[in-house]
Design a protein around this ligand. Structure first.
Ligand code: HAM
Length: 427
């Protein structure tokens, strides 16, 4: 017998029941993005490996160990399945001179790939919805991004997602902080674990992110970035906090929030939920003023975020959200003369805006009515040879005790609309 074929570990099928909730999520979130003037952009899933190495940073977990990279079998080109989309959006904006027309508010949605150890909320193929504000320098655009995400949580009916905020300053300020950090950790080298020792000179900031219990006291005493911020960085940070206070969004300043990608400066933020176990960050982002120039564009400031769709869907499910299949009508029919009429009835209803399933594959009336019931439809449209003879159809409410009605084929859509209004008024 052939081996059973299965999806790759850490890569999930989203089956129809869940896909409906995904669609509702996507509609809500994109509706919100559009209401803030964001416009869609779609970039390829495969990019030159060099793009991510340069944008995300050679010494990050993503680039060091998590990228799905391969050589193109035909021409040997080094390619990578995108682990995130900020680098791609910036590449596309440079390649197509998007910023010549002025600053751009862009959003995207789609799968990303990281070869991480799969667990609840952490997958190898996962979906992000992200927004990038290219060409905006002030804390007002950071605040707007945060305000927009906060509105999304409200629109999705999600509660208890908290905002964590930090500033990483300028590259010079970070370099000074980095020097002090290395000196501090070197002085306590014996207390560092193997990962931290490896990161000591390459990416000491990431040591602050360590979950190792035994190192927490050491980390708590480490030099903090905020003490290295100059006047301009402090003004940006204070400006953002003032705006957040103004719009009523509480936040916690977390001096250890460093993020896993190297392109950030000044603002970094994460939205975190306590209901998801270890993978509680549902959205992360910040400012990346150096990235456009670093990838070959004219220097321009920028900021953005990306949210993890699986994690937010899990929160929606946790909050009791489910998307019941919704169908207005199911057309059952039997007999040679009834079949073409059934097609006409279903098409007429669809033209009037109803969602309709037409019974395919025959079956007795009884069997078809069972299917109609299981479909979740509100109404059955019933057509037998009798009805076909008189150019009429029968309409039956499947969820309420109501007498079945016979209506003329021509008036079917109008009558169904009328019946729906009646039952809304009754309920
Ligand atoms: P990130 O923090 O790497 O940032 O990812 C953003 C979000 O994607 C995370 O907060 C999490 O919800 C979700 N996520 C990340 N990895 C996984 C995974 N393996 N499984 C499930 N969900 C995951 C970025 O990707 C940046 N590009 C965000 C950004 C946009 N910064 C500026 N602009």
């Amino acid at each position: 017998m052939a081996d059973k074929l299965q999806a790759i570990r850490g890569m999930n099928d989203i089956l129809p029941d869940e896909a409906e909730l995904w669609e509702r999520f996507e509609d809500t979130v994109t509706g919100c993005l559009k209401s803030y003037g964001y416009r869609g952009i779609r970039t390829p899933i495969v990019e030159p490996t060099q793009l991510f190495r340069r944008a995300i940073g050679e010494q990050t977990d993503i680039v060091e160990t998590e990228m799905y990279s391969f050589a193109d079998a035909l021409n040997g080109e080094a390619l990578t399945l995108r682990p995130e989309a900020t680098a791609s959006v910036v590449r596309a904006a440079i390649e197509h001179n998007l910023l010549y027309a002025g600053p751009q508010r862009l959003y995207y949605s789609g799968p990303m790939f990281r070869h991480e150890r799969p667990q609840k909320g952490r997958y190898r193929q996962f979906y992000q919805v992200g927004a990038e504000a290219l060409g905006y320098a002030g804390p007002d655009s950071d605040a707007e991004l945060i305000l927009m995400t906060s509105r999304m949580w409200d629109d999705l009916g999600l509660e208890g997602i908290r905002l964590e905020l930090n500033s990483l300053g300028s590259s010079e300020e970070r370099a000074r902080h980095r020097g002090e950090l290395i000196a501090y950790f070197l002085a306590h080298e014996a207390s560092l674990d193997a990962v931290a020792r490896r990161r000591l000179h390459s990416n000491p900031l990431r040591i602050l992110d360590s979950k190792n219990e035994g190192m927490q006291q050491l980390i708590a005493g480490a030099p903090q970035m905020v003490d290295f911020l100059g006047d301009a960085s402090l003004a940006h940070f204070d400006g953002l906090q003032a705006l957040l206070r103004e719009v009523g969004i509480p936040c916690r300043i977390n001096p250890r929030l460093v993020r896993g990608l190297d392109y950030y400066n000044l603002t970094v933020f994460e939205w975190v939920s306590d209901r998801l176990g270890a993978q509680g960050t549902v959205c992360g982002g910040g400012r990346y003023d150096g990235l456009i120039a670093q990838l070959g564009g004219k220097p321009q400031p920028a900021c953005g975020f990306a949210m993890g769709v699986e994690r937010l869907i899990a929160l929606m499910q946790d909050a009791g959200e489910s998307a019941a299949p919704w169908l207005d009508a199911f057309v059952v029919h039997q007999g040679e003369r009834a079949a073409p009429l059934a097609f006409r009835a279903a098409e007429a209803l669809r033209s009037a805006g109803f969602d309709v399933v037409l019974n395919c594959g025959g079956g007795s009336f009884k069997a078809q009515m069972k299917r109609a019931d299981a479909s979740g439809a509100c109404y059955a449209v019933i057509i037998g040879d009798d009805e076909a003879e008189s150019g009429e159809v029968a309409l039956k409410h499947l969820r309420e005790e109501r007498p079945q009605e016979r209506v003329a084929m021509d008036g079917l859509a109008a009558r169904l609309a009328g019946m729906m209004i009646d039952s809304e008024e009754l309920s």
